[in-house]
Design a binder for this molecule. Structure first.
Ligand code: PEP
Length: 255
């Protein structure tokens, strides 16, 4: 069965005390959710990862992730953080290919493929992001764009490797804009991605891989989005910085 999960990408927000306070609130609000088989991934800036791993240790429903990792393994790359370093402080997940990294840091599909490879060798689960910009959707080019991102960044993996990845469809026009993909648009793309996986690998594998939706998910729209047959949860930006909003979103996961 596909794992249902909600991941909160904090981006470059929150000082240490604020991060700890947010996590304490989330833990408190999730206390009554004990029996649920949901999985929550909190994705703070690098510097908070080790502290939050400690703070959440003992709660099996929560993992800590990173927003990025280097495409190199180690060496003279000042300012970079490797997948192995993330693993060594207890991270379980790493976002690869967020549209802000692609756009502001010119990350290429080849670099993303390398990041995915290093993450998997360290047994970190990559959350591989992909999605079209508004012009591409307006030109009805979204499927070709997504197909290329997946082929160049992810589909070099073997079946055994790709099943250890989580995918996240994040239409760039929906990120941080308050514009959400309609349920029909989200379902259509998720279904398309599953059909690509099915053609490249197998139908059984396509059915096993979690595909999250991201882009202005709130506690108002999450229920409808998470109920779609090919949507397995969400990657949440802005709404993950408010404990009540985030936990309300987590509670929208079907189980
Ligand atoms: C994101 O940055 O991955 C994201 C989905 O942001 P937001 O929820 O704020 O649109």
């Amino acid at each position: 069965m596909r794992r249902k999960l909600v991941a909160g990408n904090w981006k470059m927000n929150l000082l240490r005390d604020e991060a700890q306070a947010l996590v304490a609130e989330i833990l408190g609000m999730l206390a009554d959710e004990e029996s649920r088989s949901v999985h929550v991934v909190l994705i703070p800036p690098y510097i908070h990862i080790a502290g939050l791993v400690q703070q959440t240790s003992g709660d099996k429903r929560i993992a800590i992730g990173a927003q990025n990792c280097s495409d190199k393994m180690s060496g003279a790359f000042t300012g970079e953080v490797s997948a192995a370093m993330l693993k060594s402080v207890g991270a379980g997940y790493v976002i690869v290919g967020h549209s802000e990294r692609r756009a502001y840091f010119q990350e290429t599909n080849q670099q993303l493929a390398d990041k995915v490879n290093h993450s998997l060798s360290e047994k970190l689960i990559p959350i591989f992001c992909f999605g079209e910009v508004m012009e591409e959707r307006k030109a009805n080019n979204q499927e070709a764009i997504v197909k290329r991102q997946l082929e160049e960044g992810l589909f070099h993996l073997s079946a055994d490797e790709i099943k250890n990845c989580v995918l996240a469809y994040e239409p760039v026009w929906a990120i941080g804009t308050g514009l959400t993909a309609s349920p029909a648009q989200a379902q259509e793309m998720h279904h398309f991605v599953r059909s690509l996986i099915s053609t490249k690998y197998s139908g059984a594998l396509a059915n096993e891989i979690s595909i999250l939706y991201g882009g202005s998910v709130t506690d108002q729209n999450a229920k409808e989005l998470f109920a779609l047959p090919d949507v397995d949860g969400g990657l949440i930006g802005g709404a993950s910085l408010k404990s009540r909003n985030f936990v309300n979103i987590v509670k929208c996961l079907p189980y």
